[in-house]
Design a protein around this ligand. Structure first.
Ligand code: ADP
Length: 259
């Protein structure tokens, strides 16, 4: 359990929606690009609801065994170790499957029975079915990333969740977030958010990912700790976005005019 309230600035009705999903035992899906506050929001909600949260960052090798559990050899014995999903199901915690679409398909199969009226987990290696604790909640995030190589979530899976879209906050809120997270001067926060929005609108650059709130926060942090502003923007915002020399130069020139 976290000791201090995680800072989260609501951008819409997501707090109410999450509370209702929890009360009604409906799984919750956060959709949106990276760095838009999805993980922070889930940490915040877990804190508000006084619940333990177990986070799994899914990737292409994440399998149902990683989540459900496995036998390990201990001396002369073979013992069963619950995986994080089984632990959450038994203890009534929140399991947060970050980037769930990236996981292997058997993960999706494994969570299906937890996402409908059954609310149970089948542990095939033990031949056992575990009923979920009444306070168990399944939360997942997914990055729709339309034009990119990101994996999709099947409609049959998506329709088991209540879903909320996350996007970059409007400037006023994003400025507040930057100030609160980094103590940077308001003037600088304003300029960084303008840079972020300018680059977000440059769709012709064909960037695979655009400037996230996270990148702006990193820039604000290093400016606040004393690195020169232009250099900070180059290394925290421009360089992580692209490896194409021309694009990088064009973005640096643009940022130099704005900071
Ligand atoms: P995601 O899980 O969507 O990739 P994160 O939750 O890790 O993104 O957010 C990245 C960072 O951006 C966080 O560490 C936090 O500093 C900041 N952030 C983004 N949105 C918010 C918000 N609404 N309130 C507070 N902080 C935010």
């Amino acid at each position: 359990m976290l000791e201090n309230t995680p800072y989260y600035h609501a951008v819409g009705k997501e707090i109410d929606v999450f509370n209702h999903a929890y009360q009604n035992k409906i799984p919750f899906l956060l959709k949106g690009p990276t760095g838009t506050g999805k993980s922070r929001f889930v940490e915040f909600m877990a804190y508000q609801l006084k619940k333990k949260i177990i986070t799994i960052s899914c990737h292409e090798e994440t399998s149902s065994t990683d989540l459900i559990g496995r036998f390990i050899i201990k001396g002369a014995e073979t013992v069963w170790i619950d995986g994080p999903l089984t632990t959450a199901v038994k203890e009534g915690a929140i399991i947060y499957l970050d980037e769930v679409a990236e996981a292997r398909p058997d993960v999706i199969v494994a969570i299906h029975s937890l996402t409908d009226h059954r609310r149970e987990l089948f542990i095939d290696k033990l031949g056992e079915t575990v009923k979920a604790h009444e306070n168990f909640m399944l939360v997942a995030s997914f990055n729709p990333g339309y034009q990119r190589g990101f994996k999709e979530l099947k409609p049959s899976t998506r329709q088991r969740f209540i879903a909320v879209s996350f996007d970059y906050p409007e400037p006023k809120i994003e400025i507040e977030i930057l100030i609160k997270e980094t103590q940077v001067e308001p003037e600088i926060a304003k300029k960084l958010v303008s840079i972020g929005n300018k680059i977000r609108n440059l769709t012709e650059l064909g960037l695979t990912e655009t400037v996230s709130t996270r990148l702006l926060i990193d820039a604000a942090k290093i400016i606040h700790s004393g690195l020169p502003k232009r250099l900070s923007v180059h290394v925290a915002i421009v360089e992580p976005l692209s490896d194409d020399l021309q694009t990088v130069q064009a973005l640096k020139d643009l940022c130099d005019l704005m900071i």
